[in-house]
Design a binder for this molecule. Structure first.
Ligand code: GLP
Length: 259
């Protein structure tokens, strides 16, 4: 895992947005995997800004979001679909037919999960998967457990994860769904490149376990250690315990792999 440390969350967001814009220039048909959560919001706003400046064209891009709450329609303001619309899709030019989401109100959940896996395969797989990190080490909604699901599935949310998502539900914990649909670990690990972003001191402990701890289903993000092309981008606060040197300048960015 390559680790980059930035002085501030906004520095990280700017560099990450430029990285996505470069990837789009190199491959206009880029297939992007996208997370929700507070962490990527500044990155999404930067992407919107770059698009407004004519520096990021999503016309031919395709997106797949990681997860969605079970029982919520995409038109529900509390859904992840609506979150993405507010923070990103309303401000860029990905054609709506190439924005992919799990349907939280699907009648047949296993069929919906299969549909998503097939859609990802049909798109040629995910080129660049952006990820956030849950406080308990989850990615998407792959929660710590004795065993992890490989493919897109319905996940039972941990109490801590429901609490972390309560803001979307007016801080009423009882309104936060108990289940969600999520890409599985293999779905995520099949992406050609993964960039996980984490900011703030609250993420320090789980960042350390993800990078330096054993690979264990108790810390789902630790499985990223098995992926040959994963980068972890942190601000100083999240990286505090790590012995990496700050590297905010674009010239120090890790070399992109040859295709
Ligand atoms: C949610 C999402 C995850 C996200 C995590 C972290 O649980 N399902 O994909 O990474 O929250 O969120 P935040 O960035 O707000 O800490």
């Amino acid at each position: 895992m390559r680790v980059r440390v930035f002085d501030t969350p906004s520095g990280l967001a700017r560099a990450a947005a430029r990285d996505v814009a470069r990837a789009l220039t190199a491959n206009p048909h880029l297939v992007l995997g996208l997370p929700t959560g507070r962490t990527p919001i500044p990155l999404y706003h930067e992407l919107a800004r770059l698009h407004g400046d004519g520096r990021a064209d999503f016309r031919r891009a395709t997106t797949f979001n990681l997860d969605e709450f079970l029982g919520l329609d995409g038109r529900d303001a509390r859904s992840y679909r609506a979150f993405m619309q507010r923070h990103l899709f309303d401000h860029i030019n990905v054609p709506v037919r190439r924005i992919h989401f799990l349907n939280g109100t699907a009648g047949d959940v296993p069929a919906e999960c299969d549909r998503y896996e097939r859609a990802i395969r049909r798109a040629g797989g995910i080129d660049l998967q952006l990820l956030g990190l849950g406080l308990n080490g989850h990615i998407g909604f792959n929660e710590p457990a004795r065993a992890l699901a490989a493919r897109t599935h319905c996940a039972k949310l941990r109490p801590a994860t429901r609490r972390a998502n309560a803001a979307l539900f007016g801080n009423r914990l009882r309104d936060v769904p108990r289940h969600a649909l999520s890409m599985g670990m293999a779905t995520i690990l099949h992406a050609r490149r993964i960039v996980l972003i984490a900011t703030g001191a609250s993420k320090r402990a789980c960042v350390e376990r993800m990078i330096a701890g054993p690979v264990t289903p108790r810390v789902p993000a630790s499985f990223l250690q098995l992926h040959g092309n994963t980068e972890v981008w942190l601000d100083r606060a999240a990286a505090n315990r790590l012995t990496t040197r700050p590297s905010a300048a674009p010239s120090t960015s890790p070399r992109r792999p040859r295709r």
